[in-house]
Design a binder for this molecule. Sequence first.
Ligand code: AP5
Ligand code: MG
Length: 183
Amino acid sequence: MRLIFIGPPGAGKGTQCLRLTELFGVPHLSTGDMLREAVQDQTKIGRLAQDHMTRGKLVPDPVIIDLIFERLDRDDCDPGYLLDGFPRTVSQAESLDDYVRGVGKPLDCVIELQVDEDKLVTRVLGRGREDDKEEVIRQRLVAYREQTQSVAEYYQQQGILERIDGNATPEEVFDRIKAALDQ
Ligand code: AP5
Ligand code: MG
């Protein structure tokens, strides 16, 4: 199972991937988590990413490309993977297309979680990660609208996009995702 999760900050990408990684037995790859680890360890990638993340801006594509394709090449991704927060630009999506074509393992489905904006801010403020300050969340929402929304359209044109209403409890959203994948 090779799945992508797209959605604004607080949409529940991480929450749903944690459940699905158990269900499918494939790794959950969150570029946000990987970047936070790199920042923590002060690796080269971490140092390049840090300032963008604190400001709620996207990290430049080449940095993300270095991070994710090395990870996708590892053996545990052979049976599949759940991508959480990647791709986030059309250029990242094109790179991923080249990659999956190269290895001959196409994507199964792209899930876009849709949640009302007022709910997103409340959810994220309730969590308290370093980039969960109101002005940074607003900037992350702007980045989503301006750079990532078009990635959903990109996959819609490929006919593999499923839009899921994420305005419900985590359990209900999980059931909706499973129902969409069963089809
Ligand atoms: P990233 O870590 O991906 O953050 P994000 O996209 O802003 O999303 P979040 O992790 O905040 O939200 P989520 O959808 O995972 O929701 P969650 O399940 O946690 O990226 C961080 C930064 O890294 C970016 O700003 C950028 O700088 C950089 N970056 C990462 N990937 C990149 C890329 N590909 N290219 C460039 N830059 C990149 O839920 C949120 C909260 O809500 C939790 O407290 C949860 O318990 C709660 N919750 C979840 N579901 C529900 C529900 N159904 N009902 C009520 N509460 C819920
Ligand atoms: Mg997340």
